[in-house]
Design a protein around this ligand. Structure first.
Ligand SMILES: [Fe+2]
Length: 482
């Protein structure tokens, strides 16, 4: 009897391994997935999660069905179990639009998380989204933003870039983003269980591309950071961008980590640098505005033109990180995206959303005619001035006069990182720049607190509210179509 027992007894290592459970560096979180246009019955969503090196059998059920689960290893090789990162991705397909679905994720038969989500709403239904950027670096203000985003009960999040600091690494997503935006409980100093309930759209930004090549131009350096470009491994965004993009995110470093990155990212790299999608009565075009992009490039402009002219949505929004028009001191000179404003105006873009400046800024509606585009073409330069003529709509006030003439540019980059330009708060005289002939295109600037944007819209009317870190409203404007 004693012999039989000893023959089946586990060694200490075996026993420890048998008890090992995965540590979730990212609990199951929703992503939009590759779908772009709205198609009832052909809607899809991605549920993804990440763990340390402890594997096992996962099952994801929804609507009486089992999802196919793909697993790829971001950090493997000789990494320890705790250092390894297993990325799991479940594609939920064949869904109806605007319908609520329940889902359950289990590991080795044990329930890990159950939740629900609502798929994208079709045309004709009211939608609400929140927008903010420059948000995740472990600060308590990050948590307030996550909490206020959750309290707004949005249909989805539209992040305006610099989602994690400093270098857009997978490890930074695990430390600063997932524990806050997918916390188990909601609280102003905790964060909120937001990511498990609504999809999170984002755009690539400067802190996603934090290495430098021999010319000191930004690139992803896999020698320095073997888990660089988490934007392409953690995020699953619409897959309708140009392939290849005219300006793919540059990569340098040893072959091994680059090959691992490409295996995990699949065709998301470099495609999801640019994409578009519809939600309700709105069309969103999301662009890479990093310094390696030349926005005067014809191929890029052709793709943008085809995208904006190909939608029948009532509202057209463009999202890119580096604000073409902002009055702050930190990034004022990074004006290269001004080159695209005439194209946006031609195709009826209503609002543009940005981050980069860690403040809130809303412009009056205006039209812009560039007079010299040579600065926009200086790829790699941090200062790319684009002078031009402003035609500002001063009648629009967002209360009694609500139909704008021109585009309204909203910089919502006060999502958590340290704030800029405290002295500019409520001081319109400080918002004027000589280089713009002191054009008074800016209407509202809030620099003394963190905040996020909440947008409600239907086909005829849109209301923008800016909510500060304590939940108070610091700006409100209504825009109408007819
Ligand atoms: Fe930035």
């Amino acid at each position: 009897m004693a012999e039989a027992c000893s023959s089946t007894a586990l060694t200490f290592d075996q026993a420890a391994r048998a008890k090992a459970r995965p540590v979730f560096t990212a609990l199951p979180y929703l992503q939009p997935g590759a779908a772009s246009v709205l198609k009832d019955g052909d809607e899809a969503i991605v549920i993804a999660w990440q763990t340390n090196g402890v594997g096992g059998e996962y099952e994801l059920t929804y609507d009486g069905r089992k999802a196919t689960i793909d697993q790829r290893t971001l950090k493997g090789g000789d990494a320890t179990e705790s250092e390894k990162r297993l990325n799991y991705v479940a594609d939920l397909t064949g869904l109806r639009l605007g319908r609520r679905y329940e889902y359950k994720v289990s590991w080795n038969g044990e329930l890990i998380l159950e939740g629900h989500f609502t798929t994208r709403k079709p045309r004709g239904q009211k939608i609400r989204f929140v927008a903010f950027g420059d948000n995740s670096y472990g600060d308590v203000s990050d948590r307030a933003t996550a909490y206020n985003a959750y309290r707004a009960m949005p249909d989805f999040v539209m992040n305006t870039g610099d989602n994690v600091y400093e270098g857009g690494r997978d490890d930074e997503y695990a430390r600063y983003f997932f524990p806050v935006y997918n916390a188990d409980e909601a609280g102003p100093r905790i964060g909120a269980p937001l990511l498990r309930a609504v999809p999170f759209y984002t755009c690539i930004a400067n802190h996603d591309v934090h290495g430098k090549d021999d010319n000191h131009h930004p690139c992803a350096d896999f020698k320095k950071d073997q888990d660089a470009l988490g934007y392409f491994t953690a995020m699953h965004l619409p897959g309708n961008g140009p392939v290849p993009p005219p300006f793919p995110t540059p990569i340098i470093g040893p072959e091994g980590p680059i090959a691992t990155f490409k295996t995990v990212a699949g065709d998301r790299y470099p495609r999801q640098s640019n994409y578009s999608f519809d939600y309700g009565d709105a069309h969103f075009l999301v662009l890479d505005a990093n310094v390696y992009v030349d926005p005067t490039n014809e191929a890029l402009q052709r793709w943008i033109e085809a995208d904006l002219s190909g939608t029948d949505a009532a509202w057209k929004f463009v999202v890119y990180h580096h604000p073409a028009f902002n009055v702050g001191h930190e990034h004022y000179a990074e004006q290269h995206m001004r080159a695209l404003s005439p194209l946006f105006e031609k195709h009826g873009v209503d609002l543009c959303f940005h981050g980069h400046e860690h403040t809130y800024q809303r412009t009056k509606p205006f039209r812009f005619k560039p007079t010299d585009l040579s600065g926009a073409q200086e790829v790699g330069s941090g200062g790319r001035l684009v002078p031009g003529e402003f035609t500002v709509d001063r009648k629009f006030d967002g209360r009694t006069v609500t139909k704008p003439d021109g585009i309204i540019y909203v910089t919502t980059g006060a999502g958590g990182k340290h704030l800029y330009d405290a002295e500019m708060n409520g001081e319109p005289g400080s918002w004027l720049h000589d280089q713009d002939a002191k054009a008074d295109y800016c209407e509202k600037v809030v620099t003394d607190r963190h905040s996020l944007t909440v947008i409600d819209l239907d086909a005829k009317s849109l209301t923008l509210r800016q909510i500060d870190e304590w939940g108070g409203e610091v700006d409100r404007v209504t825009v109408t179509k007819a």
